[in-house]
Design a protein around this ligand. Structure first.
Ligand SMILES: Nc1nc2c(ncn2[C@@H]2O[C@H](COP(=O)(O)OP(=O)(O)O)[C@@H](O)[C@H]2O)c(=O)[nH]1
Ligand SMILES: [Mg+2]
Length: 442
């Protein structure tokens, strides 16, 4: 997501970034390139105009131009304005203190509502420990109820459904009664979409809203539809009130401009970003982190949060202890590698590291290479894994044959592991935050 925008903007700012001194004319030139970059990434022209004017105004001030590192200051202004454009500090779902929190999903057909119901349910269950139920109120297509049932099952959420023969508004009201009686924390209502924004759709949405009084109406916007996504959001904003946006299919939208424009044009915050078909391809949308990611400043916080989900504190402490005492073995390495891989494709993970995002094009991080490393390590005996120093020539030949690799590959792994161990020991002794601190988010 946002690859094109990121590349373009980083290109536009590359020159200023590295300069020691800047004139107003330099900034103006860079802003012309920023303007083009945004337009090429499909950002709405009204938004582009406002954005570049705001950046230019702030970036040509004496505080920036006469500072010690004007180039970096300009990049910071762009990051700040980009953050502002995407919603400032961001917003969380507001949970009801009494009775179930009701969330209503709205959007066009195919925008990703049903998928988002499952993703949000999973998110609320896993990250917040809430008991979530889904209400099947898309009764246009017979398959819609089944789809929600499947998604609900995967997410570990109860699904309230009454088949397709009834009025969706009645089903919604009934489901709310069920959620209250069963003391669910959250009820997410899936609704029918249409191909276009029309009066009937808005009417039904208004009725469901009136009967269930949702705490939040979330509009699911398909980022892959470009400027249409923006038009849809504007039409919904005019016709029906909604409170926030879920951007779906960001994985398929390299340009990302439409998504960027939604907040600016509707005034509604983006709460979540959906980045794939799987249920866990879903994250809270943090405008500041996203801006930094787009500008190649990395997104270490999201990375840490992802890691937090997988590594528990006890494990992390154990690992840290081993590193400090220089007892980190190839077995630990294997375990770490598997843990990292369980977080999702390595490419996605690495993109979040500062400076790595824009270089990924040339650098190929091969999941196959990791398979090879795993094969080599698993071909070693427990003794060899605990103490790689004993791996001599004949052992190397045996391991190479066992893992279907060659002696050079085994030697390289042993050498790299020794270097890594040294580095880790240095890091553990230095002022880096401890792994336990990172894992517990403190
Ligand atoms: N690649 C990708 N596909 C998605 C995403 N969200 C939904 N989809 C797919 O988009 C299609 C329509 O989604 P669905 O939830 O049924 O849309 P609805 O009609 O609004 O309920 C399905 O094939 C989903 O698998 C996403 O974030 N990324
Ligand atoms: Mg649906």
């Amino acid at each position: 997501m946002f690859e094109t925008l990121g590349e373009r903007l980083q290109g536009a700012l590359g020159d200023v970034r590295s300069r020691g001194a800047l004139t107003e004319e330099d900034v103006a030139k860079a802003m012309r390139q920023v303007r083009l970059a945004l337009l090429e990434a499909d950002v709405n022209f009204k938004v582009v105009k406002q954005f570049t004017a705001a950046v230019k105004d702030r970036a040509t001030g004496a505080d920036v131009l006469e500072s010690l590192n004007p180039g970096q200051q300009v990049v910071k202004v762009v990051a700040d304005e980009l953050t502002e454009l995407m919603g400032g500090s961001g917003r969380e779902l507001v949970l009801s203190k009494s009775g179930p929190t009701v969330i209503l999903m709205a959007g066009l057909q195919g925008s990703g509502k049903t998928t988002a119901c499952g993703k949000l349910a999973r998110y609320l269950k896993e990250e917040k420990g809430l008991d979530v139920a889904l209400a099947a109120c898309d009764l246009q297509r017979p398959a819609a109820v089944d789809q929600l049932k499947t998604v609900g099952e995967r997410a570990g959420a109860t699904v309230y459904e009454q088949g397709t023969g009834r009025d969706p508004v009645d089903v919604a009201e009934w489901a709310l009664g069920q959620a209250r009686a069963e003391r669910r924390d959250v009820l997410i209502v899936d609704t029918a979409g249409r191909l276009h924004v029309d009066a009937e759709l808005m009417d039904q949405l208004a009725k469901v809203k009136k009967r269930t009084k949702p705490h939040d109406v979330l509009l699911v916007v398909d980022s892959m539809t470009g400027q249409d996504a923006v038009n849809v959001a504007e039409a919904f904003a005019e016709a029906a009130e909604f409170d926030g946006v879920i951007l779906s299919k960001l994985d398929g939208d390299a340009r990302g401009g439409a998504a960027l424009s939604v907040k600016a044009l509707t005034g509604k915050p983006i709460l979540f970003a959906s980045t794939g078909e799987k249920l866990d391809a879903f994250e809270r949308f943090h405008p500041d982190r996203m801006a930094q990611r787009i500008l190649g400043m990395g997104d270490v916080l999201t990375l840490i949060e992802k890691a937090e989900q997988r590594i528990d504190e006890r494990q992390a402490q154990e690992l840290e202890r081993k590193i400090r005492r220089d007892q980190f073995t190839l077995d630990d390495f294997l375990e770490q590698m598997q843990q990292v891989r369980s977080m999702g494709p390595l490419q996605n993970l690495l993109k979040m590291l500062p400076g790595v995002g824009s270089q990924l094009g040339s650098l190929s991080v091969d999941d196959k290479e990791l398979d090879r490393l795993q094969a080599i390590i698993t071909s070693m005996t427990p003794e060899e894994r605990a103490n790689p120093k004993i791996i001599d020539g004949s052992r190397r030949r045996r391991i190479a044959a066992g893992s279907g690799t060659n002696v050079q590959a085994v030697s390289q792994l042993v050498k790299q592991f020794a270097q890594m161990r040294k580095l880790m020991k240095q890091m553990a002794r230095g002022k880096m935050p401890s792994l336990a601190q990172i894992a517990s988010g403190r």
